[in-house]
Ligand binder design. Structure first.
Ligand code: 15L
Length: 269
């Protein structure tokens, strides 16, 4: 990997990865609709709106690997999810194919499987179970990555990211939290591992309360260095201050599940 481009570089996760991947690859390019407010003098920025296929093509010129964080990062109305996460994701993979990019690391999300009940331990072989239009868009991105890997030989890793923060902020996050340094480790595996072809992994730190079997990531050498349990007292205290959410507290996706919910929780086995 010589030239790596991060899309969505002006966002929160983009900010972490910009700092953690600096100096790792000879050239690190940043892309977003607008430059990050704190863009440094040594940082190279390429503006691109994912909705504009020509702009995405231009952004990917001379790029070997993409870390695709760009798009809408939470639940939203259908038109914005469609434009940023469905059409935009297609533009990204298609530009990667046409530009001869070798690898794409796709930021998927735990919300692709958010409707699994918390008492179940799931692996990547469990079917997707999105908890929102946002979660559906992430399942779509994973499927697109799989198509481009199988059909065009692009190497793709989709990371179902839990919650990226310095610490798990509440009870739910004790199960799904990932420290930015652990995420950077996973991203580097996606960009560099010689045997990687087409993988979906869960993105979590060393979390005793995890709901996920992350065997694929481990097999690729992932060894998270941060432990959620070290912050358990604080995270549990934070939970005490939150109002009860009978639906959200039952499923992995938390309040993404309870938003707009009018189903039968007992029927979601
Ligand atoms: C995500 O996918 C979101 O991008 C982030 O904002 C958090 O909501 C996170 O999931 C989470 O589930 O905590």
């Amino acid at each position: 990997m010589h030239t790596v481009l991060i899309t969505g570089a002006a966002g929160n996760v983009g900010g972490w990865l910009r700092r953690l991947l600096r100096g790792v690859y000879p050239r690190l390019l940043l892309s977003d609709r607008r430059p990050p407010a704190d863009l440094g003098p040594g940082e190279e920025f390429r503006a691109a709106d994912l909705a504009d296929p020509e702009a995405v093509m231009a952004a990917l010129e001379g790029v070997d690997g993409v870390v695709h964080l760009g798009g809408h990062a939470v639940e939203g109305a259908w038109p914005e999810i469609l434009e940023a996460n469905i059409v935009g994701c297609y533009h990204l993979f298609e530009a990667a194919r046409r530009r001869g990019v070798r690898r794409v690391v796709f930021a998927s999300s735990n919300h692709a499987v958010g409707f699994y009940p918390r008492h179940r331990r799931i692996g990547i072989d469990h079917r997707v179970r999105p908890d929102s239009r946002y979660g559906v868009s992430k399942a779509f991105g994973e499927a697109l990555g799989s198509l481009y890997a199988d059909k065009y030989g692009l190497r793709v890793m989709s990371i179902r990211i839990g919650n990226v923060a310095e610490k798990p902020v509440d009870h739910r996050r004790l199960s799904i939290w990932i420290h930015p340094e652990d995420l950077a480790q996973l991203v580097r595996i996606g960009l560099e591992h010689p045997e990687l072809r087409n993988a979906v992994v869960f993105g979590a730190s060393e979390n005793e309360r995890s709901w996920w079997d992350d065997e694929t990531a481990r097999r690729l050498g992932y060894r998270p260095r941060h432990r959620a349990e070290d912050h358990a007292a604080e995270a549990l205290a934070a939970r005490a201050g939150l109002p009860p959410d009978p639906i959200g507290d039952r499923f992995e996706g938390g309040d993404f599940c309870s938003m707009e919910f009018s189903g039968d929780p007992d029927a979601i086995g």
